[in-house]
Ligand binder design. Sequence first.
Ligand code: HEM
Ligand code: SF4
Ligand code: SF4
Length: 510
Amino acid sequence: MNAAVASMPIPATQRWWQRCEDRLDLLSPRLNPLRHLGSIAMLMFWVLLASGVYLYAAIDTSVSGAYASIDRLSREQWWLGGILRSVHRYAADLFVLCTLLHLLREWVLGRFRGFRRMTWWTGTALLPLLMVSAIGGFWLNWDQLGQYSAIATAEWLDWWPLFATPFMRNFLGVSSISDRLFSLFVFVHLGVPLLMLFGCWFHVRKLAQPIVWPPRALGGVMLSMLLLTALSAPVLSHAPADLARVPVLPAFDWLLLAVHPLVAATSATTVWLALLSMLLLLLALPLWPQRSPPAVAEVHARHCSGCRRCVADCPYDAITMTAHPQRPGFALAVVDADACASCGICVGSCPSSTPFRSMARLVTGIDMPQQPIDTLRRMLRERLQAMPPGHRRVVFGCDHGAPVGALEAADVATFSLICIGQLPPAFVEYALRDGADMVLVSGCPESGCAFRLGQRWAAARLAGERDPKLRAAVPASRWATVWAGADGLAQVAAALDTLQQRVAREKTAR
Ligand code: HEM
Ligand code: SF4
Ligand code: SF4
């Protein structure tokens, strides 16, 4: 558990991605979009739904009236309808971009296995829906871009022997397509996003307290950017659709309509095969065998009082309560091994994890077999006894954050936990009472916790805002926190120096 006993090695690719994210924390992790891709995508989805409702109210859903009704919004009502039309388009671009980056991030960080597999699968299922909604939106306008996209899609779909008469036949009429087909376009563009809304709910269902809104400041920046883009580059229609002519496209959306140029540059077969293989690969990833998955949390019935704190803190809803088999009227925590992330956050939340208990071997209500809380207490005691009095610095860190083990020295004892949320806050007081001069608690940056909520709960417990709280009587001058990513060792070292100077000043003042 100290520098010499690492709990879980973090793959180099994951460290690399974490470093990239840390470097983008220019002003604050709260303003770093890479840390909030899922929630930004969610925000864009709401913007799409809200602006979509207005556009739906304004559009004439007949094939002859659609173009004029949308074009009118841009020309005669630019200050509302026109802006909303542009916002709708740019929000769709941002939605797709953030979703793809979100997928890439979770993939690089290896977040597709075990307890996350259902979230991964439901995320993957959203991708085809996303594509259908994105492409179908262009058709409702029924301008030349819509015509080009509808025909290109029809040709592409006709690769499958699905329809008795090829879908492309619908576009062979010289004047226009039928109103019935146009109603189908509208129906698909309304129905699929509603299906996605349900899919999004399903996607985050396995997560406790899912973070579905980005931090307010970041959300504000994103919305302002959308509005500014909508004002500075308003979306306008191309010429009206005309099936007798080949569309002329002065502007093209390479993100939302990427599939068309791909089919044109290769073939329908290549693009179908590529997309289906990618989809199958994404679906198969969670089934890839994992080398010795870490042990899951283990409940010790005799030491569980049924307080439910672990239930409230578990980031993956992996704990439920049942009737205690030995103590009538009491509840007992039960861990769902399939849902458990092996993060140890529940250990930090359990009141029985306090090191002040007098038992020779500290057994708590819920523990991690690979890093029992008793080992942490024992090693802390041993290290404190071995260090010279007056020169005892203790650093608690996290395997996913700055590698605190590198600070290990004759007068610095370091302990790297699975997640900083695993640390029962009473350990800070215990270390100080047991002879430590100071204690530094280091964890990943805000919104950068590998287990979603560990940093948040650790910070709140230490600040006395969440149970179990660090007692207010613990001298605040002798402990500190530092939230630094994988690259943040220098930041942790600097925080330790600052803490040491503070403690030294206090000693001289006494
Ligand atoms: C419509 C598109 C999507 C939206 C709006 C979305 C949104 C979200 C949100 C809000 C979260 C919760 C973040 C948190 O509370 O920490 C999340 C988590 C997650 N998403 Fe997505 N997502 C989308 C697509 C995808 C896709 C395509 C994948 C991958 C195939 C994916 C994989 C994941 C995973 C693995 C997590 C769990 C992360 C963790 O446990 O820390 N998502 N998503
Ligand atoms: S180890 Fe983490 S995921 Fe597992 S039960 Fe404890 S808090 Fe929940
Ligand atoms: S926090 Fe500890 S004592 Fe409370 S229910 Fe969970 S395991 Fe039991």
